[in-house]
Design a binder for this molecule. Sequence first.
Ligand code: DQA
Length: 145
Amino acid sequence: MKKKILVINGPNMNLLGEREPDIYGKKSLKEIEGELAGLCGEAGIEVEFFQSNHEGAIVDKIGEAKGKVGCIIINPAAFTHTSVAIRDALSAVKIPAIEVHLSNIYGREDFRKHSYVAGVAQGQIAGFGAYSYILAFHAAKEMLI
Ligand code: DQA
């Protein structure tokens, strides 16, 4: 398995830090990515970051990862609750994926309680703010050994 993690963030995640900080916290995506880069560096794991507000761009990125990436950490953001295409892309490439959410999607509006991605992910981490990504890194590291 390739010792590389691809971290994908979906729509509006570029606004983290400013966007509803009471729900999503005050850290920017760049800060979270910096922490993950540090942890991956220490662990000798290559990492690539990708954020897009466009569903098709995320589908393309997942497709391109086939054979190049050992694990995908993905916060599909709003596409979690709408995208059969992202689910199918993850299913097609057969790369183990860890679904991440900053907020506890099960404690919010009803429309957030269903994830299209969950059924094809290795597992899901939700509700720990930016620390959800750190927990996902540790899970990914275990899978890459
Ligand atoms: C989110 C939860 C989603 O419901 C929401 O649309 C987001 C962020 C989270 O990280 O908590 O954009 O994925």
